[in-house]
Design a protein around this ligand. Structure first.
Ligand SMILES: [Zn+2]
Ligand SMILES: [Zn+2]
Length: 251
């Protein structure tokens, strides 16, 4: 039995993929989320700047001159290597910056992607290896778009697990800096698997997830499910409220 390289759930017997649909949906959501952090990170570059929340107090004074830029943010936005380099002295920041991480995965995927060319004798050759190019440029947002487009190819290899974990690590780091998690929208209908009112839509993800049991369903399946269960639930709620009002008036 093949299991998802990300969550270890069993995969369908007839699939060529190494990741399940919910995990790929999450990965696609994370790739859509990364560009939303970029302008917030730019605001955080200056040490006294912050993504201010309503009611937050103003920055207080400090006893020494601040660094001209926040090094943790510069590290994320700056150039670097796609993999961690050996650090025998232990004094290097192990963070892989955003752009090298994304372009590094694009280069790796492109190196594995089969390309077809015909030689002068008309023979068709298929070989792996090409250079990634994005029509949106070479910035992080362009590479996020590129990686999302090649996700089906990446999912057909077992290294999709490493790709997911590295991008998940980056996204958690970005959220910790910008305090901007994806927007969650609770849905009205109960979960069809566990009946808890835990279904939530998450910004950037296509599937709707139950936070109680982890069940996932497509928007179309949710519409069908909610059309079947919400009208009876609404009638029950109205009956309950009517009975309560009657009992209150009688007392
Ligand atoms: Zn999975
Ligand atoms: Zn559930």
């Amino acid at each position: 039995m093949t299991r998802c390289a990300i969550c270890s759930r069993p995969l369908p017997a007839d699939t060529d993929l190494h990741a399940c649909a919910p995990c790929l949906d999450q990965l696609r959501g994370m790739l859509a989320e990364i560009p939303r952090h970029l302008p917030l990170l730019a605001l955080l570059l200056a040490p006294t700047a912050g993504v201010r929340t309503p009611g937050a107090s103003a920055p207080t004074g400090r006893a020494h001159s601040p660094m001209p830029l926040r090094l943790d943010v510069v590290t994320l936005l700056g150039p670097g290597h796609a993999v961690q380099l050996p650090d025998p002295t232990g004094d290097q920041d192990p963070t892989v910056p955003i752009r090298p991480l994304l372009s590094g995965w694009a280069s790796y995927i492109a190196s594995q992607y089969p390309t077809v060319h015909r030689d002068p004798h008309g023979t068709v050759h298929i070989a792996p290896g090409t250079t990634p190019r994005s029509r949106f440029g070479a910035g992080p947002a362009a590479w996020c778009h590129w990686l999302a487009a090649y996700l089906p190819f990446a999912a057909s290899h077992d290294w999709i697990g490493d790709m997911y974990r590295q991008i998940d690590h980056l996204v958690r780091l970005l959220r910790s800096k910008t305090d901007r998690p994806p927007t969650r929208t609770p849905r009205n209908a109960p979960c069809p698997a566990c009946e808890a009112f835990g279904l939530v839509s998450t910004e950037g993800e296509q599937l709707i997830t139950c936070e109680a049991c982890g069940h996932r369903l497509t928007p179309a399946a949710y519409r069908e499910h909610s059309a079947a269960v919400l009208p009876p639930l609404t009638r029950l709620a109205v009956l309950f409220l009517d009975d309560r009002d009657t009992a209150r008036k009688a007392s």
